[in-house]
Design a protein around this ligand. Structure first.
Ligand code: FDA
Length: 590
């Protein structure tokens, strides 16, 4: 007799999207099961760059310090180098990932967290172990095959790959976090735009002590301009640090129309030798695999009770390091909504805001990552390295930049400019932190009627804090007694939070009396939280008696300046009605 296994949320996939969905749901007390096809978590490094927004999510989910303990720290990430090989000539560097002194201050002002480099094969165990410890039931070697859905739930058929038999799992919701070849997204009929297989790439994981070529210019990325480096791939050859300075991953392109080369150890070693440029260094190739650069995103992330997250709905190259970051942030956006729908606090309409908020972000990062590949071409152009030519010609063009001629001086300037322009890939702080969920797209954001001032500086490069509905709550250091904490530490934990100041007692009373669980935070002299530096007062964009209602995922859902609608003075009943109306809209009851 076959038994149907039951749960609230079934998650397919244990990558960054699935693992973080499980962690968030278990943290919120929502029963969930993860099924994953293979016998282990990721066994190759893949995603590394972990941006501040993701670190904030991990901070709320209680695993930030574990990640920090295992990750390569920010200060060892930052000398992105362009060279002819690691042992060869250096062409220039970009101070990256917040390591430019000017950008560093922007990072420090933006968040209580620091960017770091956390390889995916280390990240996944942190997420999964914490999820399992909090209640997730995890099944390895279990493959999702198909699903059907009805008015009350989803029935998925899975195969136990150990025993070979199939069984059914009945869940109220299904999350497809099954990566770039998502069967869940295909079965749910999610419409995808763009193109798969734009270019061919090979990953080669190897061990070698390369400290003599890297420790003096510590970086997570060394880009190699060499013969063949513009064929396929991600813009140039890449030697990527996995662990400083003896574990590495090379990304090298191939002509996708000709198909992937035979990935023998000899072939892999020859690529390693070319990019390292030193035949005397002992090298151990651990693995090699072929993959394609994709430029695809889904227009909708959901169909009925089926939701997809991560690479299942946005497929793009690793440029800008956005893949696992966006996948974790998708899951974090979805988890609290599922929790509130499942416990009856919210109407299922709240779940519509998942696509409304995350699909534009997915489209943006797919576009950004692919544009970053194209923006590497000017580096080659500066060296006349794009047109078909012999290796000797390329080396001669590269050498020509050292001449004492007017032409060479122009070439040097062009090369400097092309390399400096790569900040859009390696220092795009705004891409990491400026996500805004528009109130005209998402019902879980209540417009406050103020005009959007837009961005004062390049929104891809510079983060601009804002307390407008739809923006992430600005970070400011505040105090509570002798503790110093971030405003972001006062929110999260699966709850709404209302922030106000002196004169905002009516908001506090309204929040405390509301049926929805709302934490309250009062900031001001003599209040539970104080603002000794005045940072919060400068960032909050509302008067003392105003209020910000912040969602469990840290986004401002509702903002009010604090004056009553008729009287100009905020009464308890005004605050109660404003808050109730806002929550009715946010939670899909309006
Ligand atoms: P992911 O592919 O990681 O996981 C899918 C999961 O679903 C797996 O557990 C798989 O076993 C499971 N699965 C699939 N089909 C199944 C089925 N039918 N049944 C059951 N389970 C199934 N990103 C980033 O943010 N920073 C970076 O620096 C980089 N760098 C980088 C370098 C290289 C070389 C690559 C190739 C990629 C990156 N990325 C990156 C991208 C990053 O690796 C990618 O975006 C994330 O892994 C996506 O996470 P997901 O959880 O969505 O899918």
């Amino acid at each position: 007799m076959s038994t149907v296994v039951e749960t609230d949320v079934l998650i397919v996939g244990s990558g960054p999207a699935g693992a973080s969905a499980a962690l968030a749901l278990s943290t919120y007390g929502v029963p969930n099961i993860v099924v994953t096809r293979y016998a282990s978590l990721a066994d190759t490094p893949r995603a590394h760059i972990t941006n501040q927004r993701t670190m904030e999510v991990l901070r709320d989910l209680g695993v930030e310090q574990e990640v920090v303990a295992q990750a390569t720290p920010q200060h060892l990430m930052g000398n992105t180098t362009f060279c002819t090989s690691l042992a060869g000539e250096e062409l220039g560097r970009v101070r990256s990932w917040g390591n430019d002194p000017l950008v560093q201050s922007e990072h420090e002002l933006a968040s209580p967290t620091r960017m770091c480099d956390m390889p995916q094969h280390l990240m996944e165990p942190v997420l999964v172990n914490a999820a399992v410890a909090r209640g997730t039931r995890l099944r390895f070697e279990t493959e999702y095959l198909s699903h059907t859905q009805d008015a009350d739930g989803v029935t998925a058929t899975v195969r136990d790959r150990l025993r070979g038999d199939t069984y059914e799992i009945r869940a109220k919701y299904l999350i497809g976090a099954d990566g770039g070849r998502s069967k869940v997204a295909a079965d749910a009929g999610l419409p995808m735009g763009g193109q798969m297989g734009v270019a061919g790439s090979i990953n080669i994981v190897f061990e070698a002590d390369l400290s003599k070529y890297t420790a003096h210019r510590p970086s997570t990325l060394y880009w190699v301009l060499a013969p063949g480096a513009t064929v396929g791939g991600i813009g140039a050859g890449l030697v990527r640090c996995v662990r400083p300075w003896n574990e590495w991953l090379i990304v090298w392109g191939y002509d996708v129309s000709a198909g992937a080369p035979d990935l023998t150890t000899e072939y892999a070693e020859s690529v390693v030798r070319q990019l390292v440029g030193d035949d005397d260094i002992p090298v151990t190739v651990k693995s090699s695999s072929a993959w394609t650069v994709n430029e695809m995103y889904a227009e909708s992330y959901a169909n009925g009770r089926v939701f997809c997250a991560g690479d299942a709905v946005h497929r793009h190259p690793p440029s800008n390091g956005l893949g696992s970051n966006t996948s974790i942030q998708d899951a974090y956006n979805l988890a609290w909504k599922l929790k509130l729908v499942l416990d009856g606090t919210a109407h299922p309409r709240l779940l519509d805001s998942y696509t409304a908020e995350r699909a534009p972000v997915g489209r943006q990062i797919v576009t950004r990552a692919n544009r970053s590949i194209r923006e590497t071409a000017p580096v080659f152009e500066a060296l006349d390295g794009l047109s078909p030519q012999t290796p000797e010609q390329l080396w001669a063009n590269i050498a020509a930049r050292k001449d004492a001629t007017e032409a060479a001086e122009k070439q040097r300037a062009k090369l400097r400019e092309a390399i400096a322009f790569k900040v859009y890939e390696f220092n795009a702080h705004g891409v990491d932190l400026n996500q805004r969920y528009p109130a005209d797209g998402s019902a879980a954001i209540v417009p406050d009627g103020t005009p959007d001032p837009g961005f004062a500086r390049d929104p891809e490069l510079h983060h601009q804090p804002s307390s407008r509905p739809g923006a992430r709550l600005p970070h400011a250091w505040i105090t509570s007694g002798t503790s110093t904490l971030s405003t972001l530490d006062t929110i999260g934990g699966g709850r709404f939070t209302l922030l106000t100041g002196i004169g905002g007692e009516a908001w506090v009373r309204a929040a405390e009396a509301h049926a929805v669980d709302i934490a309250t935070v009062v900031i001001g002299p003599g209040q539970p939280y104080e603002d000794p530096y005045g940072d919060w007062a400068r960032l909050r964009e509302i008067p003392d008696a105003g209020a910000l209602l912040v969602r469990p995922d840290g986004f401002v859902a509702f903002r009010h300046a604090g004056a009553g609608p008729d009287t100009g003075e905020l009464l308890a009943e005004d605050a109660g009605k404003l808050l109730t109306d806002a929550l009715r809209r946010i939670l899909g009851h309006a």
